[in-house]
Design a protein around this ligand. Structure first.
Ligand SMILES: Nc1nc2c(c(=O)[nH]1)N[C@H]1C(S)=C(S)[C@@H](COP(=O)(O)OP(=O)(O)OC[C@H]3O[C@@H](n4cnc5c(=O)[nH]c(N)nc54)[C@H](O)[C@@H]3O)O[C@H]1N2
Ligand SMILES: Nc1nc2c(c(=O)[nH]1)N[C@H]1C(S)=C(S)[C@@H](COP(=O)(O)OP(=O)(O)OC[C@H]3O[C@@H](n4cnc5c(=O)[nH]c(N)nc54)[C@H](O)[C@@H]3O)O[C@H]1N2
Ligand code: SF4
Ligand SMILES: [Mo]
Length: 692
C-alpha cells in the first residue's frame, strides 16, 4: 500500500492556523495530525480538527450539484449535472447584469481562511461582473478600526513571546475554546510565575483557570480601562520616558482619565472599587519592576455598540506603562496586519468598470428586504453564497430568513453540507474541503506564512470555489486571461515577496515545508515606530476627530443595557451573550455527530438567582425572547453566569435545534460605533420556562 504524508493547513477561522500532516493511503486520507515542528502550534490540534476526517468523509457531504424542487427553506432538491447548473446560473446572472449588475451580491466570509479559495477567483468574477461589493464586517472590523486609530495596524505582541510575560490580562477572550495555542503559552507563563487575569462577564473555561476573574457587565470595558488609567496616572505608575518619546496626546488623556475615578468605573462595570484599583496597581507595578506585561484582547469586547472604542481604549494601556519595551509585553488583538498579502493581485479590483455600491453583510436581513430606491440602488435579485452560512450566523435571523425566502430572489450556495442556508438555495454547488484543494494562508494569531497542498482528489463531483468561478467566467464570456490562472499560480502570488517581511519567500520551498515565519522584529514598538500617521501610539487621534468620533478614549454605553435603556430593560432585563462553543467553529462542525454530542443541545447558562426569580429549575427547557424573536434552550443554573447576564454558547445550526431556531433570533442588526460591525453581545432578553 502506498502511503504518503501531505503538508496542509487548518483552514478554519481561528487565530491558530495550525500546520497539518495528512497521511494518505491509496488516495484516501487515513490520519490527520498537527506538525510537531511548527513552532506556534507544536503538533497539537483542537478536538474539532482532530475530527477533520470525520467531517471530510461525512456521509452527508454534498457531492453533486442540486436544483431546488421544494419551497424555499424546505431543503428539497434534485440532482443535476454541472453543465445544467452552470447554464442555469450564467443565464440568470446575464439577464440580471444586463439591467443592473449591482442587483447581484456575493456573500462570503471565512469558512476557509485560504487566500486562494477565499478571495481570488471569486473577487475577480464579481469585479468583472460589476456586482455589489460586500462589506465583510461580521467579525473583526470594529476592533480592527479602533486598534488602527491607536496603534496604526493589526500588529501586536508575537504569540511566541507570551510565555515570558509576568502578567497577562486575558480581556474579552476565551482562548481555551478559541485560541488554544495562546492558552498553551499563557499556561507556560503561569508555570514560570506569571499572573493571569481574565476580564469577562462570564466565567468561561478560560476565566475559571486564571488566578483572578473580573466579571464586569457586558459593554463596559472602556470604563474599566479608563478607571485603570486614572489610577495609573494618580499613583504615577506610568512610564514617562516611553510616553514622551513614543505617544501622542498624553496631557489630553490625563484630563480625560481624571474624569474616571475608580468609583465611577466600578459603578458602571458592576464590580468593586478594589477590583479596579488592584488591577491598575498590579498592571503598573509589574511594569515598574521591569517585568513584561501583556494583554490578549479579542472579540468579546467588540460586539457591543462601543466595541471599537473599547478596543481603542484598551490598546492605549501598554504604551502608558512602557510595556512595548519588552518582546513579551504589549497587546495582541490580531497579527493579520503583519502579513504582506497581495490582495490586489488576487482580487483584481482593476477589473471593475466603475465603483459599485457596497452592502454590509451584517445587515443582510434588512438589505434583502429592501426595494430599489435612489439611496439603496437596485433591489438585490441574486445572492451567491460561499464560505458562509448567513441563515445561522447573521443577526436578526427571522429577517434573514424572510429575505432568503423571497420567491424572486435567485440564490446559489457553494457548500460542503446542507446547511440552514443551503435550504434556501435555488442551485447548490458541492465544494471541496481543504484536503481537496490548494491554498496559501496568513494567520491572525501568529506570524507564519503557510502553504496547503491538496491531499486527496475532490469527493464526488465537488469543485473548488476557484474552479466554479473560472467555469462561470467562461460561461459569462469573460475573456481576460486572469480567469484562466491555476490555483497554484494564484497561491504563488498570495504574499508580496518584494516586501521586506516576506523577502525570503519561495513558494515552492513553502509548499515543501508548509510554513515560514515572517521576517519581523521581536518587540515591534520597543522604540516607537507605530504605523499611525504620527508614528506614535495615539492617545489623541486626529483621524478619529475627522471621522466624527471622540478623539480621546471614552466609554460608549451599549444600545441595550439596564443603565442605557431602562425602558427596554424593564421588559427584557437580562443581557444575553452568545460566544462560540468550544466544539464548534462558528456554525461549522455542528453536523459532526461526535462534536455535537460533546456540546449536547443548545443550553442557556443563567445565575441561580435569575432562575429562581423566574421559577426556572436547572435543566428546564426555556424560551429566550425579545421583540425580534425567540429560541429555545435548556437552562443550566450556574454561578459561571453573573446575575443579570445569560450565556448561550453558539452557533447552532437552526435545523438541529428542537425549535429550528438559534441565538441569532434575538440579536440585532444595529452596528458598532466604528467598523460597521454587528453587536451580537448587545442584546437584552427575557427568559421563561417553556410551556409544556
Ligand atoms: N472553538 C472555537 N474556536 C473559535 C471559534 C469558534 O466558534 N469555536 N470562532 C473563531 C472566531 S470566528 C472568532 S471571532 C474567535 C472568537 O473568540 P474570542 O476572541 O475568544 O471571542 P468570544 O468567544 O466571542 O468572546 C470571548 C469572551 O468574551 C466574553 N465577553 C462577551 N462580552 C464581553 C464584554 O462586553 N466584555 C468582555 N470583557 N468580555 C466579553 C465572552 O463571555 C467570552 O467568554 O474565535 C475563533 N475560534
Ligand atoms: N450569535 C452569534 N453569531 C455569530 C457569532 C457569535 O459569536 N454569536 N460569531 C460571528 C463571527 S465571529 C463570525 S466570524 C461569523 C462566522 O460566520 P461564517 O463565516 O458564515 O462561518 P461558519 O458558520 O463557520 O460557516 C462557514 C461555512 O463555509 C463552508 N465552507 C468551508 N470551507 C469552504 C470552501 O472551501 N468552500 C465553500 N464553498 N464553503 C466552505 C462551511 O461548510 C460552513 O458552512 O459568525 C458570526 N455570528
Ligand atoms: S481550529 Fe484552530 S486550533 Fe483547531 S486545528 Fe484549526 S487552527 Fe488549530
Ligand atoms: Mo469571527
Amino acid at each position: 500500500m502506498k502511503s504518503t504524508q501531505v503538508r496542509a493547513v487548518c483552514p478554519h477561522d481561528c487565530p491558530d492556523t495550525c500546520a497539518l500532516l495528512v497521511t494518505v493511503q491509496d488516495g484516501v486520507a487515513t490520519e490527520i495530525k498537527g506538525d510537531p515542528e511548527h513552532p506556534p502550534t507544536g503538533g497539537v490540534l483542537c478536538t474539532k480538527v482532530a475530527r477533520y476526517l470525520e467531517r471530510t468523509y461525512h456521509p452527508e457531504r454534498l457531492l453533486y450539484p442540486l436544483r431546488r424542487v421544494g419551497k424555499k427553506g424546505e431543503g428539497k432538491f434534485e440532482r443535476i449535472s454541472w453543465d445544467d447548473a452552470l447554464t442555469a446560473i450564467a443565464t440568470r446572472l446575464k439577464c440580471i447584469s444586463s439591467r443592473a449588475p449591482e442587483a447581484i451580491l456575493p456573500y462570503s466570509y471565512c469558512g476557509t481562511m485560504g487566500l486562494v479559495q477565499g478571495e481570488s477567483m471569486s473577487s475577480r468574477f464579481f469585479h468583472q461582473l460589476g456586482a455589489s461589493l460586500l462589506d465583510r464586517t461580521i467579525c473583526a472590523s470594529a476592533g480592527a478600526t479602533g486598534y488602527r486609530y491607536t496603534i496604526g495596524a493589526s500588529v501586536g505582541t508575537d504569540l511566541e513571546q507570551f510565555q515570558n510575560s509576568k502578567l497577562i490580562l486575558i480581556w474579552g477572550a476565551n482562548p481555551i475554546a478559541s485560541n488554544l495555542h495562546f492558552w498553551t503559552r499563557a499556561q507556560e507563563a503561569k508555570r514560570r510565575g506569571a499572573r493571569l487575569i481574565a476580564i469577562d462577564p462570564y466565567r468561561s473555561l478560560t476565566a475559571e483557570k486564571c488566578h483572578q476573574h473580573i466579571a464586569l457587565l457586558p459593554g463596559t470595558d472602556a470604563a474599566l480601562a479608563l478607571g485603570m488609567m486614572h489610577v495609573l496616572i494618580a499613583e504615577d505608575l506610568v512610564d514617562h520616558d516611553y510616553i514622551a518619546r513614543y505617544s501622542l496626546g498624553f496631557e489630553a488623556l490625563k484630563q480625560r482619565a481624571a474624569e474616571w475615578p475608580p468609583e465611577r468605573a466600578a459603578d458602571l462595570c458592576g464590580i468593586s472599587v478594589t477590583e479596579v484599583v488592584d488591577l491598575a496597581c498590579v498592571f503598573g507595578h509589574t511594569a515598574k519592576d521591569g517585568h513584561p506585561v501583556s494583554i490578549r484582547t479579542n472579540y468579546g469586547v467588540q460586539r457591543v455598540r462601543g466595541g471599537g472604542m473599547a478596543v481603542r481604549t484598551i490598546a492605549c494601556l501598554p504604551a502608558l506603562i512602557g510595556a512595548w519595551r519588552h518582546p513579551a509585553g504589549g497587546i495582541l488583538l490580531s497579527s493579520s496586519g503583519s502579513f504582506p498579502i497581495n490582495h490586489g493581485a488576487l482580487q483584481r479590483p482593476d477589473l471593475r468598470m466603475r465603483q459599485p455600491r457596497t452592502i454590509n453583510m451584517s445587515t443582510i436581513g434588512d438589505d434583502l428586504l429592501r426595494d430599489s430606491s435612489p439611496a439603496f440602488g437596485p433591489k438585490v435579485e441574486a445572492v451567491i453564497v460561499y464560505n458562509s452560512n448567513p441563515l445561522a450566523i447573521a443577526p436578526d435571523s427571522a429577517k434573514v430568513a424572510r429575505g432568503f425566502a423571497r420567491e424572486d430572489l435567485f440564490t446559489v450556495v457553494l457548500e460542503h453540507f446542507q446547511t440552514d442556508t443551503v435550504d434556501y438555495a435555488d442551485i447548490v454547488l458541492p465544494a471541496t474541503t481543504q484536503l481537496e484543494h490548494v491554498d496559501a494562508h496568513a494567520a491572525y494569531g501568529h506570524l507564519y506564512m503557510m502553504a496547503n497542498n491538496a491531499a486527496i482528489a475532490p469527493m464526488g463531483e465537488a469543485k473548488a470555489n476557484t474552479e466554479v468561478f473560472r467555469l462561470l467566467a467562461e460561461r459569462m464570456g469573460f475573456d481576460n486571461p486572469c480567469f484562466k490562472e491555476s490555483d497554484e499560480a494564484l497561491a504563488a502570488q498570495a504574499f508580496n515577496a518584494r516586501d521586506a517581511r516576506a523577502i525570503h519567500l519561495d513558494w515552492e520551498a513553502l509548499k515543501q515545508k508548509g510554513w515560514q515565519k515572517l521576517r519581523v522584529v521581536d518587540a515591534p514598538f520597543a522604540e516607537g515606530g507605530f504605523p499611525t500617521a504620527s508614528g506614535k501610539c495615539e492617545f489623541y487621534s486626529a483621524a478619529m476627530a475627522e471621522d466624527g468620533l471622540d478623539p480621546l478614549p471614552t466609554h460608549i454605553a451599549p444600545y441595550e443595557s439596564l443603565a442605557s435603556n431602562p425602558m427596554l430593560a424593564a421588559k427584557y432585563p437580562l443581557a444575553m451573550l452568545s460566544p462560540p462553543a468550544r466544539n464548534f467553529l462558528n456554525s461549522t462542525f455542528v453536523n459532526v455527530k461526535s462534536l455535537r454530542s460533546l456540546e449536547g443541545e443548545p443550553q442557556l447558562d443563567m445565575h441561580p438567582d435569575d432562575g429562581a426569580a423566574r421559577g426556572i429549575v436547572d435543566g428546564a427547557m426555556v424560551r429566550i425572547f425579545n421583540d425580534r424573536g425567540s429560541f429555545v434552550a435548556k437552562a443550566r443554573l450556574t454561578s459561571k453566569a453573573r446575575v443579570g447576564v445569560v450565556i448561550g454558547l453558539s452557533v447552532w445550526w437552526k435545523k438541529l435545534a428542537r425549535d429550528g431556531k438559534n441565538a441569532n433570533e434575538v440579536t440585532s442588526q444595529r452596528l458598532t460605533d466604528m467598523g460597521r460591525a454587528p453587536t451580537f453581545y448587545d442584546t437584552l432578553v427575557q427568559v421563561e420556562t417553556l410551556a409544556a
